[in-house]
Design a protein around this ligand. Sequence first.
Ligand SMILES: *[C@@H]1O[C@H](CO)[C@@H](O)[C@H](O)[C@H]1NC(C)=O
Ligand SMILES: *[C@@H]1O[C@H](CO)[C@@H](O)[C@H](O)[C@H]1NC(C)=O
Ligand SMILES: *[C@@H]1O[C@H](CO)[C@@H](O)[C@H](O)[C@H]1NC(C)=O
Length: 315
Amino acid sequence: MMKTMKHTGKRFILSSFFFIVFLCILASINELRFDSLLEFSKCALSYAPSNSSFGNNLVVKPSSDEIRVLIGILTLPDQYHRRHFLRLIYGTQSPAGVKVDVKFVFCNLTKEDQKVLVALEIMRYDDIMILNCKENMNKGKTYTYFSSLPEMFSTSDGPYPPYHYVLKGDDDAYVRLESLVESLRPLPREDLYYGYVIPCPSMDPFVHYMSGMGYLVSWDIVEWIRDSDIPKNRLEGPEDKIFGDWIREGHRGKNRYNAKWSMYNYPDPPTRCTHELRPDTVSVHLLKTQEKWIKTLQYFNVTQNLKPSKLYHIP
Ligand SMILES: *[C@@H]1O[C@H](CO)[C@@H](O)[C@H](O)[C@H]1NC(C)=O
Ligand SMILES: *[C@@H]1O[C@H](CO)[C@@H](O)[C@H](O)[C@H]1NC(C)=O
Ligand SMILES: *[C@@H]1O[C@H](CO)[C@@H](O)[C@H](O)[C@H]1NC(C)=O
């Protein structure tokens, strides 16, 4: 009797061990990185039995280099074609090993047809956020966006923070997700304010504010926007400048990153805010015409991975 129990115990420990090895291999395969071996050993160690309750609450921890980014593109309910187009643009980018969610953000629907068409879009794509507000550009939509996020994404079982970074984007900007993520990797995950510094010739991220073409903050700043009275009391005015005022008044953004000139306005017509297209681009802004979009997409070779098929021929 004693002997059997001892054997069963040994067998249990052995099989638990192999189960953990199996979990770690799974986790490492997901990583597909050079450091996967390192991850593997870290992973195995983190499962090492520390006491007798070993085996309970076995949860695969996300590796520490996972980055979660939310890109909220502020747009209007009626912009169906724009959303369709942007879904093509973002749906064909898939940066490896990170979570980048692109959502379209607008205020309350106001028309009967929107209630049908937007609901259908949500059923098909599930990439829309409807805020509790009336459409406006410079009267608090940005505030409603950021301050609604903690509640919208709070879960008891998901990771915390739900996103390390949140970006407010424009629907006339092209964001290259892989470059964005690479630029974020070395940066702090707290108290970060990232973007294209205004005024255009300035390279000092501590002087003014980040342009509305697309700015990004870490999750703690999102929570601060929800909690603080500073943003609540200053809603009206150019949204990007007002945002910069909150940050300054609240003494936030001790970490800042000037993404100039990997973010810029489209080069035509040239101004002090524009730049020629360049390979290390994070974002191109003011793509106001189809022609500008096409030239930009061509420059970045976005269709070069089109798979060959007998079903079509594109010269
Ligand atoms: C065993 O682990 C549990 C949960 O992690 C913990 O609450 C408990 O204090 C630990 N016991 C010992 C003896 O380390
Ligand atoms: C937005 O819609 C919700 C739900 O229909 C409603 O409760 C809320 O009052 C509306 N908000 C505004 C600002 O119109
Ligand atoms: C696009 O492809 C061309 C031809 O292969 C190459 O010379 C160019 O560097 C690529 N451009 C970018 C931005 O990667």
